[in-house]
Design a protein around this ligand. Structure first.
Ligand code: SF4
Length: 1008
């Protein structure tokens, strides 16, 4: 690290990143605290001088400097992705087959009027039902399908960001053989001979490897294959799989089943290491909505208990959170089972865990049929089985818990399936290997070592179908460019089993092929299109003259009627429960899917890379999370590099001290350290798959840690855009109370509110009463689950650029909306609060007064508008904004060159250049569109007809936007609640965006 005046470069940039975190000071400060105190980082809690210094600064020190040569090169490399496809034309065309719009199709396409098409985004086999916004046949934005019960209009971060994946210029654009460009015809010619040879041996040498498949038509293709090749085998593997879930169901019910929850019916929810409120958990969008519905303190509020091994969004929402090593959760579950009368062969726990378990058990028993226990995918089969029995014993089955058939068309144990494939490869039994999606050369368990098997077994015909020329493509002779899901026909099941037909929104950008088409080729139908295959399957399911009507309706609605799985009647027994595994006292390592890039498949997605992770706010990296106590014991500071050794293999990575992490354990996120991700993702972070073994895919003990020497720069946004003051006093930014306190003093959140007419310009506020609209927003902190979806939705809607790790570290990230996380109390188990912060659209906006050129002005409807053309970049407005919601384009962050990105952008939003201040506009383009429509129809804009992008995407319905002038509008009603407060309202800025205070519902037994 280059030294600057004796200080390392990154210390100079951000003092909060200095390796001077005094954990003892942080602990002492908590001990001194009498009332509620909120903090965003351990540095802030410790009250270090460096942190206070940062309070003075609008941007970290050095943020305005030009880049040094090294970092400049890094930035240009990121932007270099722009130049990749400079020769590509920007023409778009619709698929040749008829697709059906979600809304009534106008007589002809009207430029400027987007169309919406129902489709599905699939992850881990589970479909998220979506509506895709299309401008002149260019998909530009993803929304949830509000009519589909698995979405209700919400989405998650992976779904939102998938639009960027379509236009990624680093996507594979050609078929290759040993690196040479080939046509599809060449491939068809090349595969014919070996396939014919396989007929003689009944396909005994053919192996097909896919990720999890829920597609009925794709599964049908596999079922047809044995007619030609009876001995061909289908293997399934993806690193974030549900092996434990299905094995647990097998143990309890004798068959694999899918478990669904009805959280709206649950008074008491117990999560055993299940992050069911964050993307990646099947059904998350629906669960977040149902959970939030029951968190209204003015009605019947539920209570959430979370026992977890890694701080998560779900843990942050808990009324009582218990940090616990993952390997101890089985013992805890057994003790809980005993306490509710389910024999589990273990004595009661003692100490804090015992007290917690006993209180939870009492609550569960008091709420029979109205409680639910949810287990995380990474807990072992025994825990899943035990919980099935407990839910049954509590009478929850049929009330809050339902079972159905698995959505997975082939619910085999995926690790065993991969192991069997590798054994066959090493035994020389494989002549033709088709890898359809997936990247096992990168993400297979370290002991199975798929890459080595692929490299050293001389399989004569190896084919990789994928979106990228990745680590697996590198080891196959043939690489076939795969269509993105927005370019291809398909179908998939949502978590409730309901099938959505995946409609393509655009013809393939690169003449790619889908897995359906490759499978058809194996079945001897080289010319079959995805449309023919998928429609052909459904024609067989729905024979009859009205098929066309059925097909059009299914495409239009976004689901196939009658495909939701009915509840399954199964009885859980504990006959096969194995003896309890011992946790041991060694250091535990937890492997988790990354909250931003999942298992690594999204690592070239800049939006996701730059998305601050919910609890750490780290971007572009995957540090090793450890508890403050453990860091103290080992003498470690955040950003120290350490060597992790497990079973003789070692990986080095930086430390991140995470408040609330269980002691004697570390967490690492998977998906980083890619060698061939693309220009955005290659080289970011550390590859912890190298420590992940098939027998212990989620956690294990026996980890050795030692200091590796040196530090590694991390880019966390946690210390930036702070609204605290320099004098050490804390401001009431997050307002929270217990349910009991709220009921006693419902008006306690607004004591610092200025009098209504406290203004130099009396009467100023009243003028809005004359306007038809007075826009405002209310954000319910009780409902917000910190899923980050609003950030990506805003980025997608408003053409917000990615700036890269180096720029993030300078505080220059461009998100118009951030989700702050505040901690409160004990650093070893703090409470956490999420607070989404867009522009407050202040009535008395401090930014407007200081702009020398009138670039930021007040609209008649109360918006704080930006006139980009006028902005000369003085940044006075940003300096004067107490909320720190303005973002300045220090560099030309927007890519003006790459044709794909031109196609992706929302044409209704200006693409900003360098030297311009930008910020949230309440999606002014959406307001304008609805205003025009309403005026044309001679009516007013109806309540909730108009939604901002963040609001529309929010699965928890935490953001409500509307007309304050309409007393019947939802936003006006929320603002009238006693929980409503304005951020820094004592400054008399009169923010249009206000918050509903967070109310917790603790169990008095555990509060004492
Ligand atoms: S407000 Fe944002 S972070 Fe909170 S639940 Fe909604 S989308 Fe997620």
């Amino acid at each position: 690290m280059k030294e600057e005046n004796g200080r390392s470069r990154h210390e100079a940039v951000c003092p909060s990143k200095k390796n001077k975190l005094d954990l003892a000071a942080a602990r002492a400060r908590i001990a001194e605290t009498k009332g509620p105190e909120f903090w965003r980082s351990l540095e802030e809690l410790a009250g270090s001088a460096e942190f206070k210094e940062m309070m003075h600064r609008e941007f970290p020190k050095g943020a305005s400097d030009w880049l040094d040569s090294v970092s400049r090169r890094g930035f240009l490399q990121l932007m270099g992705a722009s130049l990749a496809m400079a020769g590509m034309t920007a023409c778009t065309k619709q698929p040749l087959e008829p697709i059906v719009p979600y809304v009534r199709q106008p007589e002809e396409v009207v430029p400027g009027r987007p169309m919406f098409y129902a489709s599905a985004f699939t992850l881990g086999g589970y479909a998220t039902p979506i509506l895709v916004e299309s401008h002149l046949f260019r998909p530009t934005k993803i929304e949830g399908n509000d009519k589909h019960m698995a979405s209700l209009g919400g989405t998650d971060v992976f779904t939102q960001a998938s639009i960027l994946g379509l236009y990624d210029p680093d996507r594979s654009q050609t078929n290759t053989k040993l690196g040479e460009v080939q046509t599809w015809g060449n491939f068809v010619g090349a595969v014919r001979g070996p396939l014919n040879s396989q007929k003689a041996v009944q396909g005994a040498g053919i192996r097909i490897l896919t990720r999890t498949i829920s597609s009925p038509s794709f599964a049908d293709q596999f079922r047809q294959l044995p007619k030609l090749y009876p001995q061909a085998k289908w293997h399934i593997y993806e690193p974030i799989n549900r092996d434990n879930v299905y094995a647990g169901a097998q143990m309890a019910f004798g068959q694999p089943v899918e478990t669904q929850y009805r959280l709206e019916n649950a008074d008491v929810i117990v999560s055993l290491d299940a992050d069911f409120l964050y993307a990646g958990f099947p059904g998350m969008t629906r669960y977040a909505r149902d959970f939030a519905k029951r968190r209204d303190p003015d009605s019947d509020m539920s209570r959430l208990y979370v026992v977890e091994s890694t701080p998560s969004s779900t843990g942050a929402k808990a009324d009582h959170r218990l940090p616990m090593r993952a390997s101890e959760i089985e013992s805890f579950t057994r003790a809980l089972a005993e306490a509710i009368g389910v024999p589990a062969n273990v004595g009661m726990l003692s100490g804090e865990q015992g007290k917690y378990a006993s209180a939870v058990a009492k609550e569960l028993q008091a709420h029979r049929g109205k409680s639910v226990i949810i287990v995380g995918d990474h807990q072992g089969p025994a825990v899943h089985a035990l919980v099935h029995v407990m839910n049954q014993a509590l009478g929850n089955v049929g009330q809050t818990v339902f079972y159905t058939d698995p959505i997975n068309a082939n619910a085999v144990n995926q690790t065993d399936s991969l192991r069997e494939l590798v054994a066959d490869m090493r035994a020389g039994k494989v002549d033709m290997l088709f890898i359809l999606g997936g990247n096992p050369a990168y993400d297979a368990p370290a002991d199975i070592d798929f890459a080595d098997a692929l490299k050293n077994t001389n399989i004569p015909f190896r084919v990789h179908l994928g979106l990228y020329q990745d680590e697996t493509a590198e080891l196959c002779q043939w690489h076939i460019s795969e269509t993105h899901y927005l370019e291809a026909w398909g179908d998939a099941r949502a978590y409730d089993g309901r099938v959505t037909i995946q409609q393509p929104l655009i013809a393939p950008l690169y003449n790619s092929k889908s897995a359906y088409e490759l499978m058809a080729l194996l079945a001897g139908q080289a010319e079959a299109t995805g449309h023919e295959i998928v429609q052909g399957y459904w024609k067989i399911q729905y024979p009859g003259a009205d098929f066309d009507r059925f097909w059009r309706k299914s495409l239009h609605d976004g689901w196939v009627e009658g495909t939701t799985f009915p509840p399954k009647q199964v009885a859980a027994t504990m006959g096969n429960l194995p003896a309890a595994a011992s946790a041991g006292q060694d250091i535990e390592i937890n492997f988790r899917r990354d909250p931003s890039i999942y298992d690594g498949r999204f690592s070239n997605n800049g939006w996701l890379q730059e998305l601050p992770k919910p609890m750490t706010k780290v971007t572009w990296d995957n540090p090793v999370l450890i508890a403050p106590k453990m860091a103290e014991r080992l003498g470690l500071q955040t950003e120290d590099t350490i060597r992790l050794e497990l079973n003789g293999k070692a990986v080095t990575g930086p430390v991140w001290i995470q408040a609330g992490h269980p002691d004697n354990a570390v967490t690492v996120y998977l998906g980083y350290g890619r060698r061939r991700a693309g220009r955005v993702g290659t080289g970011a972070g550390f590859d912890f798959y190298r420590l992940r073994y098939s027998a212990t895919p989620w956690f294990t003990t026996g980890l050795k840690i030692e200091k590796a020497g040196g530090t590694y720069l991390l880019a966390s946004t946690q210390g930036y855009q702070t609204m605290e003051t320099q004098d050490g006093d804390t401001r009431p930014l997050v307002r929270a109370a217990t349910l009991e306190e709220y009921r006693k003093e419902p008006d306690s959140f607004n004591e610092d509110q200025p009098a209504p007419n406290f203004s130099l310009y009396p009467g100023y506020a009243e003028q809005y009463q004359k306007e038809p609209y007075e826009w405002g927003m209310a954000i319910d902190l009780n409902a917000c689950v910190g899923c980050n979806n609003c950030i990506i939705a805003c980025q997608s809607e408003n053409n917000i650029p990615v700036v890269g790790k180096e720029q993030c570290n300078r505080g220059r990230h461009m998100h118009w909306l951030r989700v702050d996380v505040y901690y409160q109390g004990d650093r070893d188990n703090p409470k956490a609060y999420f607070e989404p912060v867009p522009c407050m659209q202040c009535e008395n906006a401090p930014c407007e007064l200081v702009c020398p050129v009138g670039a930021t002005v007040h609209s008649t409807e109360g918006l704080n508008d930006m006139v980009y053309n006028r902005c000369v970049g003085t940044r006075y407005c940003s300096n004067n904004c107490p909320y720190k919601v303005r973002r300045f384009n220090f560099l030309l962050f927007q890519d003006w060159v790459t044709p794909q990105f031109k196609m992706m952008r929302n044409p209704d939003v200006t693409v900003r250049s360098r030297g311009v201040m930008e910020k949230c506009t309440y999606c002014i383009q959406r307001i304008s569109e609805h205003r025009i429509d309403a005026e044309r129809e001679n009516r007013k804009i109806q309540d909730l007809e108009l939604q901002t992008a963040c609001q529309q995407s929010c699965p928890a319905n935490a953001i409500i936007f509307g007309n304050k002038n309409d007393s019947n509008s939802k936003v006006a009603k929320l603002k009238a609640k006693s929980r409503n407060y304005g951020l820094l309202q004592d400054l008399n800025t009169r923010p249009r965006t206000t918050y509903l205070a967070e109310i917790r519902n603790p169990n008095p037994e555990l509060e004492s």
